[in-house]
Design a protein around this ligand. Sequence first.
Ligand SMILES: *[C@@H]1O[C@H](CO)[C@@H](O)[C@H](O)[C@H]1NC(C)=O
Length: 334
Amino acid sequence: MASLKISILLTIFVLAVESRELLDQMQPLPVRHEQWMAQYGRVYKDATEKQHRFEVFKANVKLIEAFNAAGDHKYKLGTNKFADLTNDEFKAIYNGYKGKTTSRASVFMYENFTAAPLSIDWRVKGAVTPVKDQGQCGCCWAFSAVAATEGIHQISTGKLISLAEQELVDCDVKGEDEGCNGGLMDDAFTYLVKNHGLTTEANYPYTGTDGTCNTKKAAITAASITGFQDVPANSEAALLKAVANQPISVAIDAGDYSFQLYSSGVFTGECGTDLDHGVTAVGYGTDTDGTKYWLVKNSWGSSWGENGYIRMERDIDAQEGLCGIAMMASYPTA
Ligand SMILES: *[C@@H]1O[C@H](CO)[C@@H](O)[C@H](O)[C@H]1NC(C)=O
């Protein structure tokens, strides 16, 4: 009886949610824009700016509704937090991976690993901290390197500790990495090796701006790594061996509007291979319709995508992987 009640309640809830979405879509666009502004706490400096943003929002809504109505996609777009940005604005602000191809380290410790399970989700194994938000700072590279480091630290010590991206933004500035102007995960790992680790998020909180290195805070390390290795390029099979063992830093091409406005489902593109964003592969699996995917942790807050995550199609025909996910993968070693 109780379970029947629950299932009725659930049905009512689902219907309510669905009809709310439908109702939302029937609202005039200016009202939807106002509601969206309230939902995401967006404030514009004057009426001109608001009008301009409304036009962008309107264009994005048209695009989203046309895309979703087409019906033959494995994923949906939505009016997420980036719905009032043009694709060019979005790319300028959020993509901070310095896409140059660096030399790749040759040792791959998982080369002979053959016991990869059919699916894995490092969140369930307690190796993934809650989704973070880089804000308007192009330091995705720091978030990607930190998530991979949090992962291997939990796997090797049993302790999940949220680590400080801001330390990398402020202190890892002697090489290629340039804080909010972009960087590379491998250079972040190099800093971690040299600095004997990273301090905690709590000790060195994220500000989302370039700051001066607080060497006292940076000296209090909470997790360290012994080195890092690169996954052999252009092999999703190699990437699978790696992700089966720990969360892996990956670079992707996240520049397309479909990535910007991704809402749910298994993302199948559009995207190219101009690597411009650093994220973390924290698992893989197969959707109910048989589509294989990588489970990817992003750093755009938990309102983007599937609670801050995106599932990206896995084992595609191109050796680079979808959006180049298999091109520049790497990981820290414990
Ligand atoms: C994998 O196995 C081959 C053949 O036994 C060996 O030469 C190689 O060193 C192994 N690779 C690693 C990373 O252990």
